[in-house]
Design a binder for this molecule. Structure first.
Ligand SMILES: NC(=O)c1ccc[n+]([C@@H]2O[C@H](COP(=O)([O-])OP(=O)(O)OC[C@H]3O[C@@H](n4cnc5c(N)ncnc54)[C@H](O)[C@@H]3O)[C@@H](O)[C@H]2O)c1
Length: 316
């Protein structure tokens, strides 16, 4: 049994579909369907999984409810994806971010220890690298400074995992995701937001000079890496999961114009606090440890994302 927290979210719902349909794996899930973005989208994400995946609709910080659920389903693996996931909003609500991402992770680690869970897979983030200019980012790089409270909470989660691995022998693997996109992407993320605005003929908010770089990872590639981590054995690891290619924001917009066949009107804003100049994953460790082989370049991934978005617009 695999427990996926945040199972109704963007990455969680794709992971559950993969595990249940492709791997025939028994799964259960926890999600509070909060309104960080429209909860109806999360219900939609989970609709096809409802019959096969028992879902606890609760806050991961509600220790009693989560304990009862874990006692009932006895997962061998916990994939912990539930979190407050936006970088910029973490500057507005740092206390909430710490409580959910730090405190919530501790609740799950405690229960994992108590119930002898065999493996804890933690969703970390490229944000832990902060504004580091030394690219590509390697897991061995020092990560002393993050650019946002969100990044700090993800680093804290990694440290709690490492602490539980060494104190209690709980096998933990922290996966540092690099900007994930694809069908059902969170609507607050750049690609999804830009595409919606471009299709509506509205200007897109363009922060800074367009030279910031991101390593964009297609959802199927991330799922391949997370699924491999569900079979990993060891004590403690931190692993980058990215595409290992980096493109500038202005290049991304050009690619989106080409893909959607629309010109983007830009509304310029200064660089946002919390944003970092570049992300770029060195994925040699993921290749070695998890057999990770990302295969969807951003040009192809954007086409798939656009096809999903356009089909969805027709049915709504
Ligand atoms: N999408 C990315 O590019 C990206 C990059 C790096 C890391 N991550 C991490 O991956 C994970 C999944 O991200 P996503 O993009 O799928 O986000 P998402 O917001 O779509 O999914 C997160 C889910 O967790 C649930 N949740 C949040 N707080 C909860 C709580 N207290 N109790 C129970 N459920 C709660 C939400 O309702 C949501 O359905 C997060 O931990 C995020 O920080 C994502």
């Amino acid at each position: 049994m695999i427990l996926v927290t945040g199972g109704a979210g963007f990455i969680g719902s794709h992971l559950l579909e993969h595990l249940v349909r492709e791997k025939k794996q028994a799964c259960c899930a926890i999600d509070e369907f909060n309104d960080y973005y429209d909860p109806a989208l999360k219900r939609e994400n989970f609709a096809g999984l409802k019959r096969s995946v028992p879902m606890l609709e609760a806050d991961i910080r509600d220790e009693k409810k989560v304990e009862k659920f874990i006692r009932t389903h006895r997962p061998e693996t916990i994939v912990h994806l539930a979190a407050r996931a936006g970088v910029r909003p973490s500057l507005e609500q740092p206390v909430l971010y710490e409580s959910v991402n730090g405190g919530g992770t501790l609740v799950l680690l405690e229960l994992a220890r108590k119930f002898g869970v065999k493996r804890f897979v933690f969703a970390s983030s490229s944000s832990v690298y902060g504004a580091s200019k030394q690219v590509p980012f390697r897991e061995t790089d020092p990560v002393m400074e993050q650019a946002s409270p969100y990044g700090v909470t993800k680093r804290a989660g990694e440290l709690y995992c490492s602490n539980y691995a060494s104190l209690y022998g709980l096998p933990c693997i922290a996966l540092r995701f690099f900007t994930v996109y694809g069908p059902r992407q969170r609507p607050d993320m750049a690609i999804h937001k830009f595409a919606r605005l471009m299709l509506a003929g509205k200007p897109i908010p363009f922060y800074g000079d367009g030279l910031t770089r991101r390593d964009y990872t297609y959802i199927d590639d991330i799922i391949q890496g997370v699924a491999a981590a569900c079979e990993w054995e060891g004590r403690f690891e931190i692993v980058n999961l990215g595409e290992s290619r980096t493109i500038e924001l202005r290049e991304l917009v050009e690619l989106m114009e080409k893909t959607l066949g629309r010109k983007a009107e830009r509304q310029n804003f200064p660089e946002q606090p919390g944003d970092v100049p570049a992300t770029w994953a060195d994925i040699s460790k993921a290749k070695r440890l998890l057999g990770y082989r990302p295969s969807v370049p951003v040009e192809a991934g954007l086409k798939r994302f656009a096809a999903w978005l356009l089909a969805r617009r027709k049915t709504r």
